[in-house]
Write a protein that binds this ligand. Structure first.
Ligand SMILES: *Cc1c(COP(=O)(O)O)cnc(C)c1O
Length: 438
């Protein structure tokens, strides 16, 4: 029943038939904090960080692991990531504000995005951000002007679009030619960008960046994109005197969501990327650059488990049995927008073989289905369902649809549970209303 590579490392089913996470009984957690509840296992979080740092630096000492905040961020999490030696990749002023409020060292923060606003650019410049990953010509112009006004010389990377298909969902594919992200190598845009960045007096071009999409279950797309980027870098060195001191192959490392879709271990990605880095720089006759890797999903995904309470059921004989839970697309929209698949496990007792059911959410959309066709022991109202691999892109994409309250998060470790985000209240829903001009 327990799908060990999908649940957090500390997940166990103990003698009372309950699921334990970080030494905490899931049933007790639900009694204390209610459902829907997101449980983050601190041991898994830290071990994912350590694996990325370890596997990459072992092969290439000059590597910085940078966590992609859009997978999920808040201040307590930022603190843990800092303790583990990671940097942050932010894509908005909001994410940067969280990083700053957590006293995260800004020099280890990278700012991404294809349409950073002038306000965001100024905010990040003033904050002393480590790097802008410049995505387009408008940003190049704006940043040059703003850095000039501030009397700064700002370090930047250029985001390139190498034209590599990583074979993931089309909504999460970013490195192909037809993408809104980055300077395209094939069209000559990337070369123009390098020339402009190098001649900008308030910008310091330190390197190149690519990000292919997510999740990427193969290692070859990274190697292919890197070969193209290093060839391009070699040409730019010849033509323009570019020195690529830093290189990033982005993030997108897959995690296992279901029993039948294993993901490569971190070491396999590290091996593929570092060998491509070494081969690419050797072939180009340049020193191997500093490597920046940007995992998001693969840091927090496995650490998170969503707990729900079973409510109503509806059986349509010969068709399907729906079992509704007290959360759904407002806290996890991935099945609805990407067709993402999850496992579900009964967390408060062990049961027999049971039946094939579909786990539906409580929101007013037919598409609000969390797990289609999952084999579970016969479920009763009040049972607790656990959906694993829920740490990434669930809460960060959560909404207040149907005026629902975003769920709390507890961090569990060695039998202790610490609330790191409280459940929203009805007052929270109305906090931004303006009544009679006040
Ligand atoms: C989203 C993103 C990442 C992280 O992707 P994951 O799949 O969460 O690892 C890294 N870099 C960039 C530029 C991104 O946009």
């Amino acid at each position: 029943m327990m799908i060990s590579h999908i649940f957090p490392e500390t997940a166990r089913v103990r003698d009372n038939g309950h699921l334990f996470l970080g030494g905490c009984d899931a049933v007790d957690l639900v009694d204390r904090f209610g459902t829907p509840l997101y449980v983050f296992d601190e041991a898994t979080l830290r071990s994912q960080c350590a694996q990325f740092v370890g596997e990459f630096t072992l092969r290439h000492a000059d590597t910085q692991v940078v966590y992609a905040c859009k997978a999920f961020i808040n201040r307590p999490l930022a603190q843990i990531l800092h303790e583990e030696g990671l940097g942050l990749d932010v894509v908005s002023g909001g994410e940067l504000a969280i990083a700053r409020a957590a006293a995260f060292p800004v020099e280890k923060v990278y700012f991404h995005g294809n349409n950073k606003t002038p306000e965001e650019l100024r905010f990040a410049l003033d904050a002393g951000i480590g790097r802008f990953v410049v995505d387009n010509f408008l940003e190049l112009e704006r940043l040059e002007a703003l850095a000039g006004e501030a009397g700064k010389k700002q370090d930047i990377l250029l985001r390139l679009s190498p034209g590599v298909d990583p074979h993931t969902h089309q909504h999460t594919t970013t490195g192909i030619i037809d993408s809104k992200f980055g300077f395209t190598i094939a069209t000559g845009q990337a070369e123009t960008a390098v020339a402009r960045a190098m001649s900008a007096s308030h910008l310091n071009l330190v390197g190149l960046h690519v990000h292919l999409g997510s999740p990427i279950f193969e290692t070859e797309p990274y190697q292919l994109a890197m070969r193209m980027t290093f060839q391009f870098a070699a040409q730019m060195r010849e033509k323009l005197g570019l020195r690529m001191a830093e290189f990033s192959p982005g993030g997108g490392f897959a995690i296992q969501y279901t029993g039948d879709s294993p993901a490569p271990p971190v070491g396999a990605y590290a091996e593929a990327i570092v060998s491509a880095l070494h081969e690419g720089s050797r072939a180009a006759g340049m020193p191997a650059p500093r490597l920046i890797v940007e995992p998001g999903r693969s840091i927090v995904g496995r650490a998170g488990v969503a707990l729900y309470t079973v409510g109503a059921t509806k059986e349509i004989p010969g068709v399907r049995k729906y079992v509704s839970v007290d959360g759904g697309m407002a806290d996890n929209i991935r099945p609805a927008i990407y067709g993402s698949r999850y496992e579900a496990v009964l967390a408060n007792r062990t049961g027999g073989v049971g039946e094939l059911v579909t786990i539906a959410g409580k929101f007013c959309e037919s598409g609000d289905v969390l797990v289609r066709d999952v084999q579970l022991p016969e479920l009763r109202t009040g049972d607790i369902l656990a959906i694993p691999a829920a740490g990434a892109y669930c809460l960060s994409m959560a909404s207040n649809y149907n005026a629902s309250l975003k769920p709390p998060i507890v961090l569990v470790k060695d039998g202790n549970a610490r609330l790191i985000r409280r459940r929203e209240t009805y007052e929270d829903l109305m906090r931004c209303d303006v009544i009679d001009g006040r």
